[in-house]
Design a protein around this ligand. Structure first.
Ligand code: ADP
Ligand code: MG
Length: 296
């Protein structure tokens, strides 16, 4: 089932084209990561998807309802996190979460159990009773995530959700999202500028740059690749007989796909044994490879 569909979506801010003829389909159960550098158009797409801004042309529909035509209905199964929301500084985390749960339709008993669940899942126990005005960036980010996850929506739309989290917080977040996606089959769309995050969390990745979708790919976690820089171009056909395939070869720079069981230094000794002089070699993954191709 298609959960989210963007059709010929464009957004202009004055002369600037933040999004150009953007097309996307998100299937039920996807964990889709939108990867791109700052200013690529990630937030613009997610804002249009959650009715925060209107498209200049085209539309987004969620479960068959156009967001611009009937936002209430279209967003009824969506937990959104768009940039860092402003919280009333004099309210504490419990008050904010309770309010969000009530808005999402929780009754009195559900509210307190839901707030407890979110507080524990997002590791907010230590600070949840403090006024949100005193929170650090990372604490606010956790609270914002808890708001998005409140009442367990079937679709999560998260704009740079790990921004401002420390490495431990990021790891925890990746685990939470992976569980939601794999165990509970929630559909997740999130943006990031971090290749490593996309690789860890996504089943599908799209790479955007300058308002355009440049790449759409499956996250092939298990493919081992290596980027090798040579002193001079050489004949590398001997690699094929070792099941190492050349994915891209530009004179002195080649990318090869390495069999699972082969260690990186085995590749190096193979090259050296065949008289190839190697300047440097480093492991690379397929998302990184594509990213370097399309983001200059
Ligand atoms: P990303 O989230 O990928 O960093 P954005 O979608 O926020 O990128 O921005 C895409 C482009 O649109 C950028 O060039 C940005 O400066 C521009 N932009 C975003 N919001 C506005 C706005 N409200 N007014 C004018 N330009 C904007
Ligand atoms: Mg952004």
């Amino acid at each position: 089932m298609i959960e989210i569909e963007a059709s010929n979506l464009s957004k202009h801010y004055g002369k600037l084209e933040a999004l150009k003829h953007f097309e996307l389909k998100v299937n039920s159960g996807d964990c889709l990561v939108i990867l791109g550098p700052n200013g690529a158009g990630k937030s613009t797409f997610l804002k249009i998807s959650t009715n925060v801004v209107h498209p200049s042309s085209g539309y987004v529909s969620i479960r068959g309802t156009r967001v611009d035509e009937d936002p209430m209905r279209a967003l009824s199964s969506v937990g959104p996190l768009i940039e860092l929301p402003e919280f009333y500084p004099y309210l504490n985390g419990v008050e904010i979460l309770s309010y969000v749960c009530k808005v999402k339709g929780a009754n009195r008993e559900t509210v307190s159990s839901e707030v407890e669940r979110l507080t524990s899942e997002l590791k907010m126990t230590e600070f949840v009773k403090r006024k949100s005005g005193q929170y650090s960036r990372g604490m606010k980010q956790r609270l914002a995530l808890a708001c998005a996850m409140a009442m367990d929506p079937e679709i999560l739309i998260l704009d740079e959700p790990t921004f401002g989290l420390d490495p431990k917080g990021m790891k925890e977040f990746v685990n939470i999202i992976t569980d939601l996606n794999k165990k509970k089959r929630r559909t997740v769309v999130l943006s990031t500028h971090l290749i490593s995050e996309a690789r860890e969390i996504a089943n599908r990745v799209i790479i955007v740059n300058n308002g355009e979708k440049k790449v759409e790919m499956l996250n092939d976690r298990d493919t081992k690749m290596m980027k090798i820089s040579l002193y001079s171009p050489g004949d590398l056909t001997f690699l094929e007989s070792e099941n190492v395939s050349i994915i891209e070869g530009k004179e002195e720079e080649v990318t090869v796909k390495v069999p699972d069981k082969m260690e990186n230094d085995q590749i190096l000794s193979l090259l050296i044994k065949n008289g190839i002089r190697v300047k440097w070699a480093e492991p690379i993954n397929s998302i990184e490879q594509k990213y370097l191709e399309v983001v200059e």
